[in-house]
Design a protein around this ligand. Structure first.
Ligand code: ZN
Length: 636
């Protein structure tokens, strides 16, 4: 397959409808197959369907979030609706189910056997065992749900809010930020909810009223439209879950994950909450002491954390910014992942959806293995968070993978002065790069169903695992150089960064668990009459003394409610595994032998084995909770 260029709506539709038509043709080929059912007449055509659908989901999923032309984004959304309709129908295709069931499974090689098992389970989850009338209801429900979800995502993507402030309200902001925010003709400075504006402002602006105002506009993005859409989403999911024999959507969504049930998710949240309670309480006391009064608001948290870090550890995040200029960081991340995982990156000229997108050919151990593209800066109508997408999925003998990072980092071409990043943004960059590496090194799997780990709640483990590197002096000294003097980042500054990072981990985990509980509670009960804002505020009060501003409704812009649905706990679940895997790097994080073992045992197999087994292969034992608990325990 050729690399997709700057797609026009008509070309996008044509190419992807051709994939869907080919999937359709393979499905009818299976329908016409006569027993004996074999790898040749059933499983191979079934895999062709999987490859076609992966191609459509990849290109259209990406274009819907990044293409500057609203017509292309809309066309991509339309194709995804068609894809979803086909996928539901596929899941309910009786001849396919019987053909898969008629295969001589023990005679297949182990990965093919796993593909058959997963495919049959997928079909049960799509309603293959239901009566025709209920199957029809599942199909209709799915189709309606996709449209609502797309509308929900679109509203988040397209709603950027801002506050107009007096220049004095930038007090506390670093000089590069002030330079990048000149006053307009009316003497007002505009600060938006886009991350390069929002994140530093919440960390450093001394004016509490201004931070609160920005928090409120950010917490009312996509309100009220997405409140109504969320209610529709929850109702449709509950109806689907019940049709498919589950008590609620959370149970349905968890069934094929590592946790397996809503009860297990609840138990995990409680266990992790207990592990972070003491640290979070100690940190809260420090925040109150710093502010001198209660309540502490969500608009205060990051600011006060930074202040306490400055006071207790003489840590000032602003001091790090000059060491993280965007261009230097971009190169450094390529170099670092190259060294760790045996990758090399060669810039290539490709006309993609936007001129700022940079593309590299990737080799693994000297072998050409695909491409990556970096779409790294904010623009109108673009995805607002940070994530890794796929443009072309890789399959053995078919196509090399092309992965895409979509972020919202400061743009060196769109501002005065150097584009300096927060350390946390560099961490995000390497985190997302971890997903990219995963997609590249697992790009030679044959079977579409196991291209990626089968368990969604595992997918953040490999990327959260990599975040640790960006806190390591031996790693940082390689690339963190002062933008003006070229001086290497001082070891003392990195030590302060590490101490300061540890301060705040309880608060961070507690907040992540609160979000996990919100996502779960929206999906583990009958949604009729559920007030989603009340669920959010109740959880907020239950998990922490830090208050959310009245009048906000963060669930309206909680994008994970679309893709992850009830499964936001994935991040903390994966972090438990990531913390445990770090134990294997006893010779420092630049232990290349361990890094290659990790690449080959955890990343490259994709979903060809259950996630727990991949981790066990690497660790030599099952993963456990202890490393996470130890990390969270209060220290001396
Ligand atoms: Zn991630």
């Amino acid at each position: 397959m050729t690399i997709t260029t700057n797609a026009q709506a008509s070309a996008l539709r044509e190419r992807n409808r051709a994939h869907l038509a080919s999937a359709e043709a393979h499905l009818s080929r299976i329908g016409n197959a006569k027993a004996p059912f074999t790898e040749t007449n059933v499983l191979r055509p079934f895999n062709e369907i999987g490859i076609a659908l992966a191609n459509v989901a990849s290109e259209c999923g990406l274009m819907a979030e990044v293409h500057p032309d609203p017509e292309v984004r809309a066309a991509a959304d339309t194709i995804i609706q068609e894809l979803s309709a086909f996928a539901t129908r596929l899941g309910q295709d009786r001849p396919l189910y019987e053909a898969l069931g008629g295969l001589d499974v023990p005679a297949l090689e182990p990965v093919a056997r796993r593909v058959v098992e997963l495919a049959r389970r997928d079909m049960r989850r799509a309603g293959i065992e239901l009566a025709p009338a209920d199957q029809e209801r599942v199909r209709t429900g799915r189709a309606e749900l996709v449209k609502v979800e797309q509308e929900f995502a679109k509203n988040i993507r397209e709603d950027v809010q801002e506050v107009a402030l007096d220049p004095a309200q930038l007090d506390g902001m670093p000089p590069d930020y002030i330079a990048a925010h000149p006053a307009d003709a009316q003497g007002k400075v505009h600060v938006t909810t886009n991350y390069p504006d929002l994140i530093p402002f919440m960390s450093y602006a001394t004016d509490e009223a201004a931070r609160r105002a920005l928090t409120i506009v950010n917490g009312t993005r996509a309100v009220p439209a997405n409140i109504a859409l969320l209610e529709q989403m929850l109702a449709k999911r509950a109806e689907l879950a019940s049709l498919l024999g589950h008590a609620n959507w959370a149970d349905y969504a968890a069934e094929d994950k590592m946790t397996g049930s809503a009860a297990a998710i609840r138990e995990f949240i409680d266990r992790a909450l207990a592990a972070c309670r003491d640290s979070a309480a100690a940190e809260y006391a420090d925040l109150v002491a710093e502010k001198g009064s209660e309540p502490i608001g969500t608009w205060d948290t990051q600011f006060l954390l930074e202040r306490v870090k400055a006071r207790k550890y003489s840590y000032d995040g602003r001091e790090l910014r000059p060491y993280f200029e965007y261009r230097a960081v971009r190169q450094a991340i390529l170099d670092l992942s190259g060294e760790l995982f045996g990758l090399s990156f060669e810039p290539v000229e490709l006309e993609l959806w936007h001129p700022s997108v940079e593309t590299f050919a990737v080799s693994v151990d000297g072998r050409a293995m695909g491409h990556i593209s970096l779409d790294m800066h904010p623009r109108d109508g673009k995805f607002k968070h940070a994530a890794c997408f796929t443009l072309v999925p890789g399959f053995k003998g078919r196509a090399k993978p092309h992965g895409v990072l979509v972020c919202n980092f400061p743009d060196p071409n769109a501002q005065q002065g150097p584009a300096l990043m927060q350390h946390s943004e560099v961490v995000t960059y390497f985190h997302e790069f971890g997903h990219l590496v995963h997609g590249i090194v697992s790009g030679e799997i044959e079977w579409a169903r196991v291209r990626r780990p089968a368990e969604w709640d595992f997918i953040e483990a490999p990327s959260q695992f990599l975040e640790e590197w960006i806190f390591d002096y031996d790693v940082l000294r390689r690339f963190a150089k002062h933008v003006e003097t070229g001086a290497v980042i001082p070891e003392s500054l990195v030590r302060k960064l590490r101490d300061a990072r540890d301060f705040g981990r309880g608060t961070h985990v507690q907040r992540q668990l609160m979000l996990s509980a919100i996502a779960l509670r929206l999906h583990d009960r009958d949604p009729k009459g559920v007030d989603t804002t009340k669920v959010v505020f109740d959880a907020s009060r239950e998990f922490s003394k830090i208050v959310m501003p009245e009048g906000t409704a963060m669930q309206a812009s909680f994008g994970h409610l679309e893709g992850y649905t009830a499964l936001y706990y994935t991040y903390m679940w994966s972090l438990v595994i990531a913390k445990d895997m770090h134990g294997a790097f006893t010779n420092g994080l630049m232990d290349l032998q361990q890094a290659r073992r990790y690449r080959d045992l955890v990343l490259a197999p994709g979903g060809t084995k259950p996630a727990g087994e991949l981790v066990q292969d690497f660790l030599g034992r099952p993963y456990g909770f202890d490393a996470f608990k130890e990390w969270l325990a209060p220290r001396g």
